[in-house]
Design a protein around this ligand. Structure first.
Ligand code: FAD
Length: 579
């Protein structure tokens, strides 16, 4: 349909593109500061990747730390980030994040009924590094009754079955930790969770989805409810096609609303919060290490780099385009997105091998490091993208493994028959398993023998599995001497293929300390702001702790909104500094 290029179809102070956590936070903050705002999203559902996420945010020096008996400071957090990130991000940008993030958390709790609490035992991913902490910095949202969303419940992107018990029952982070690592009382907890879900007859008559919203569902639902209270319009199936620039300033967007092209004016600014490019195969091939496939991402197929390319057309600088928020993923038939292996690898009795049958990584490493190791091994001439996770009958019985629950709850006999030797591989001997997955049997035998020695001594002299707090966070405390190491000895033996996946991309538009998009020459593009995976990640090549993607997405959404409203946010210093 044609478009009148001289008139506006609607006018707002702020037009936010994308209804993930970054976008909705930004719209809410702008409205709270007295500006008018709208959120547009090209999808039929709101919430983006944020809705299927764990909802965790990594907020050093947050208000809840002291209440939980911990301590933290701006200086310690800065030491940690500088140590990890080096000069990949200017220090001023790190400071801006660390200054504003705890303020943002207090602000959203106070104004939008979106309280977060510290997950006390969740360690930073490098808690032994200078300034690292063994807990407290990762926060999770308080749960919520889905009934509060009313009719909008059906428009919210549903949680992944993989993040729910039996694919249906909601868990929070603390519960998930207890269940996966078989902490004290895990059986009782599971029974209670089942009972609560199955006896909620009135709700289950409406939908099999759980009434109890936790993790990313709680985050996105609370943001949506706050938007409704603040009368901020949300327009779905309304995708941004391009930015409108006048005299070097962004003044609006062209959107496509179910085939109708409309021009929305943004008097103060456009906030691009429309995710990364994980579902754009062409961009993946152009920018990411190979092999790469949009089929391997665990993010929903909604983000195609639209915001990045729209900014690029206006001369915006790009950075970190070769990086992803990495994680190994597995394919489960009948499930549209791949499942991330955040936790399973840390359990005792498994080993990750390349196609040559050799180990190449500490299985329990933080998921981004596991992904980096896959590509590093590939670059050495081996074949680790994809790789295999091999485990024995004891592991299968006790622990989950991406595509299935522990055999104790979901035995092989309950799995679809045609999965065997296609989705997972099983054999009575390691030699038989090696033949099925095309790996050298001698090398696999040597690898497993070495792992069994490490399990007996408790010391993995090759890759140090179980040495760090994050390794041990998801492990089995009942296994000694090393909670991450157990023998791979009891037949049958199993293998599952792990793809070089991600939970989103990291590269994008370079922004300054106020979330303003910068040109190649370092100058600001007036009127254009960005946050989340549309931007070059403030965390650069690292993943400091759980919540290090949503934390910045929401914080820079907040900072950008405040800047558009001319409200003071202490981001120290108040000058533009590139990402
Ligand atoms: P999104 O939340 O994906 O939102 C982008 C929105 O923009 C989408 O709704 C999309 O439809 C819309 N859009 C795209 N193009 C257009 C267009 N042209 N016009 C209009 N709208 C458009 N991170 C954490 O920090 N903590 C966690 O606990 C965590 N857990 C995770 C668990 C899983 C299983 C996965 C997959 C990811 C997890 N992540 C987590 C990562 C995190 O969810 C993402 O990095 C984050 O949600 C990205 O936020 P965003 O606002 O940039 O994008």
């Amino acid at each position: 349909m044609g478009i009148n290029e001289t008139s506006w179809d609607a006018e707002y102070d702020v037009v936010v593109v994308g209804s993930g956590a970054g976008g909705m936070t930004s719209a809410l903050c702008a409205k709270q500061q007295g500006l008018s705002a709208i959120v547009v999203d090209k999808d039929k559902l709101f919430g983006g990747t944020s809705a299927v996420s764990g909802g965790g945010i990594w907020i050093p020096n947050n208000h809840d730390i002291a209440r939980n008996g911990g301590s933290d400071s701006f200086e310690e957090a800065l030491t940690y980030l500088k140590h990890l990130i080096g000069d990949a991000t200017p220090v001023e940008k790190l400071e801006a994040y660390l200054k504003a993030a705890p303020e943002m958390v207090k602000y959203i709790a106070a104004h939008f009924d979106l309280p977060y609490h510290s997950v006390v035992k969740y360690p930073d991913y490098y808690s032994d590094a200078p300034g690292g902490k063994a807990g407290w910095r990762s926060m999770e949202p308080f749960e919520l009754d889905a009934a509060q969303l009313g009719a909008d419940y059906d428009l919210m992107r549903a949680a992944y079955p993989g993040t729910m018990l039996m694919g249906r029952i909601s868990m929070n982070q603390v519960e998930a930790h207890k269940l996966f690592s078989r902490g004290p009382g895990w059986m009782w907890l599971m029974t209670k969770m089942f009972a609560r879900y199955w006896t909620d007859f009135s709700w289950r008559r409406k939908t099999p989805r759980d009434r109890r919203l936790t993790l990313g569902q709680a985050l996105v639902a609370r943001l949506r409810i706050a938007m409704k209270k603040a009368s901020i319009p949300l327009q779905l199936e309304t995708g941004m096609e391009s930015l409108i620039e006048e005299n070097g300033k962004v003044v609006g967007v062209v959107v496509n609303q179910r085939g109708r092209r409309l021009r929305y004016r943004a008097r103060r600014g456009v906030m691009l919060a429309c995710g990364g490019f994980e579902s754009n195969q062409q961009m993946r091939e152009q920018y990411l290490p190979h092999p790469t496939s949009s089929a391997w991402t665990a993010a929903p197929p909604i983000n195609h780099g639209d915001g990045i390319r729209a900014g690029q057309k206006l001369g915006a600088a790009l950075k970190h385009m070769g990086l992803v928020w990495g994680s190994p993923t597995v394919k489960k038939p009948g499930v549209s997105q791949q499942i991330t292996l955040f936790v399973e690898r840390g359990m005792p009795g498994c080993v990750a091998i390349n196609q040559e049958g050799r180990r190449f990584v500490n299985e329990a490493a933080a998921y981004p490091d596991f992904l980096d190791a896959m590509y590093a091994d590939q670059a050495r001439g081996n074949h680790a993208a994809p790789c295999w996770l091999v485990f024995d009958a004891t592991f299968r019985y006790k622990y989950p493994m991406g595509i299935f629950l522990p055999g104790q709850i979901e035995p092989d006999s309950k799995l679809p028959k045609d999965w065997l030797d296609k989705v997972y591989y099983r054999a009575d001997s390691l030699t038989g398993l090696a033949a099925k997955i095309g790996v050298d049997a001698g090398e696999l035998a040597k690898t497993v023998a070495a792992m069994n020695q490490y399990a007996a001594s408790g010391v993995d002299s090759q890759f140090g599995k179980g040495n760090t707090p994050i390794d041990r966070y998801y492990s089995d405390p009942s296994v000694k001497p090393n909670t991450c190491l157990g023998p791979i000895a009891k037949a049958p033996f199993y293998a599952v293929k792990l793809d070089a996946g991600d939970i989103g991309t990291k590269g994008g538009l370079v922004t300054d300390v106020h979330a303003r998009v910068l040109r190649e020459d370092g100058h600001v593009i007036e009127g254009l702001y960005a946050t989340g995976n549309t931007t070059a990640a403030v965390m650069g090549p690292k993943y400091p702790g759980a919540g290090a993607t949503l934390g910045p997405a929401m914080t820079f959404g907040y900072i950008g909104a405040m800047h558009m409203a001319n409200a003071a946010v202490d981001v120290k210093p108040a000058v533009a500094v590139a990402a």
